[in-house]
Write a protein that binds this ligand. Structure first.
Ligand SMILES: Cc1cc2nc3c(=O)[nH]c(=O)nc-3n(C[C@H](O)[C@H](O)[C@H](O)COP(=O)(O)OP(=O)(O)OC[C@H]3O[C@@H](n4cnc5c(N)ncnc54)[C@H](O)[C@@H]3O)c2cc1C
Length: 502
């Protein structure tokens, strides 16, 4: 079908332009979070960088918003926009590995499952997300936390170059050798600076890993968490394991009576000498009375998709995040207290360790500033039934308010939701001012604003620039309906302050 309005774009691109009324429209407008129900004017299935150059110029001419979608996993649904043009990279998922140079060139729509499948053939990997279906691009541009972070740093620390289409439609490459300031901003500044069409990563030898998953009764989570804190601090960086609070998933190694009940979990992998794996896991087995456990050597890509069945597209989702210098007894007490309210088996309340190699990068070496915190907690609430939205959003807010008392002001950008926009300066911390200046240099009109938005520094009357992403009416109504909670003594914004009003 298609309207005249987009005919000019159709003539200029190789990718499919999908509009309302087209057979593919309903599928093309969906993102991972089922709470997001936006209707873009068109979705362009990008086929190459030339399409992006044409599309950016076309959208500017038409005066419509552009949203950029890698894997579509953004909790606030920044991969789509009402009435605008979506640049959807889902058809561009190629990965080319250079085993001699130990690098990988990745197209912007690849997922971590795509990436790990390609690199594992050569016994290589770099830090990626813990779920296979998450996009490489969005995760890396915001930082990138995963099992390999202690050993090899964040995903963005492994980035060595990116091809980028800027807001004026020009194309350039950013790396340590060219456009160095843009390369700096891309590593933590998210999608604020342009459309990334491909990325290049450094790879490391990672092959078979020794996986461990141990469940405990969540009422013992404070003791288990304290034992985990001491254990992970002394474990070599080959151990990548997080602490989590869940509802017991229906897995065969957890007794059925615990399915759906609050549990504490330690999960992760040992990448050192495979024979040494069991001895490294043993202290956590001894940390309490395990309800069930699973240990096995497996290929790293197999672990990467092990929890994908709990993280399915279409679930309702609402997230919040913090940064903790340490996993204090107070923070653990909050996690235990809140665990009876965990919305469903799909919810992940995780505390990821980001010590080791993450902290060997200086805070000003990349845009990701928080290099002095040991843990990145996420309250990633996911549930299937929209009628439970109000209650579950309230649970996340209540939990976050209690936890934030023991947190740094910021939280990991990729774990935040739409109403965390007000935290952007805290989240980017000491690097925010430089990022705002680079935003003014590379995107002075704030053309790329469907993201955790960095406003251009106010040199060129840039405050005239467009507003950051607005929360759509239907989501705003759900957020407004959820009860508000009083903030603790923490230094961040309250959830009610956090919702943009303009
Ligand atoms: C189930 C699940 C598991 C997760 N696990 C982890 C984890 O282990 N570690 C972790 O660090 N994070 C994790 N996340 C959070 C994840 O990092 C963010 O959701 C991230 O935005 C996902 O990237 P994406 O490409 O899939 O998202 P998208 O929604 O496609 O993109 C999100 C934003 O990234 C930017 N972006 C995407 N593609 C481009 C591009 N080509 N050019 C420019 N900007 C672009 C844009 O601003 C876009 O709005 C997880 C999320 C989910 C839903």
């Amino acid at each position: 079908m298609g309207s005249d309005r987009f005919d000019v774009l159709r003539e200029q691109v190789r990718g499919q332009v999908i509009e309302e009324g087209d057979a593919d429209y309903e599928a093309a407008r969906q993102v991972y979070n089922g709470m997001i129900d936006r209707r873009p004017a068109a979705v362009l299935r990008v086929s190459q960088a030339a399409d992006v150059i044409a599309a950016v110029r076309f959208a500017r001419g038409l005066g419509i918003d552009v949203a950029v979608r890698g894997g579509g996993h953004s909790a606030p649904g920044f991969g789509t926009v009402d009435g605008g043009l979506v640049l959807d990279f889902s058809a561009r998922r190629g990965v080319r590995v250079d085993p001699a140079a130990r690098t990988a060139r990745v197209e912007a729509g690849a997922t971590w499952a795509d990436y790990n499948h390609a690199t594992h053939a050569f016994g290589l990997a770099s830090t990626g997300g813990i779920v296979g279906s998450t996009g490489v691009t969005g995760l890396t541009l915001g930082g990138g936390i995963g099992y390999l972070a202690r050993k090899y740093g964040l995903s963005c620390d492994n980035l060595i170059g990116a091809d980028v289409v800027l807001a004026d439609g020009s194309f350039l490459t950013a790396s340590d050798a060219e456009n160095v300031d843009l390369f700096w901003a891309l590593r933590g500044g998210s999608g604020n600076f342009g459309v990334v069409t491909s990325l290049e990563f450094r790879l490391h030898p990672v092959d078979m890993v020794h996986v461990g998953v141990i469940f405990f009764d969540a009422t013992t989570g404070a003791d288990v968490g304290a034992a985990y804190r001491e254990w992970i601090a002394t474990e070599p960086e080959e151990m990548g394991a997080f602490l989590g609070f869940h509802r017991g998933p229906p897995v065969p190694f957890l007794p059925e009576e615990w399915h759906g009940r609050p549990v504490t979990v330690i999960a992760g992998m040992w990448t050192g000498d495979p024979d040494a794996g069991p001895a490294h896991w043993q202290p956590m087995l001894d940390a309490g009375e395990p309800l069930g456990s699973f240990f096995a050597p497996m290929p790293y890509p197999a672990l990467n998709i092990m929890f994908d069945g709990l993280n399915v597209p279409g679930l309702q989702g609402y997230w919040k995040a913090d940064f903790l210098r340490t996993l204090s007894d107070d923070a653990l007490r909050v996690a235990v207290d809140k665990s009876p309210g965990i919305p469903s088996v799909h919810t992940a309340n995780h505390f990821y360790p980001i010590d080791g190699a993450v902290q060997r990068v200086a805070p000003d070496a990349t845009a990701f500033a928080y290099r002095n915190v040991d843990f990145s907690p996420v309250i990633a609430a996911q549930w299937p039934d929209p009628s439970e939205n109000e209650r579950n959003i309230a649970w996340v807010r209540d939990y976050w308010t209690a936890l934030h008392e023991f947190s740094e002001p910021g939280g990991y950008l990729n774990f935040q939701d739409a109403d965390d926009q007000v935290r952007i300066e805290d989240t980017l911390g000491s690097n925010y001012a430089r990022l705002a200046e680079l935003k003014a240099k590379y995107d002075p009109d704030n053309f790329f604003h469907i993201n955790q938005n960095i406003r251009p520094a106010p040199a060129a009357e840039a405050q005239e620039a467009r507003e950051p992403a607005k929360i759509p009416a239907e989501l705003q109504a759900q957020l407004d309906a959820a009860p508000r909670v009083q903030p603790g003594a923490g230094s961040g914004a309250t959830p009610s302050e956090a919702a943009p009003t303009s």
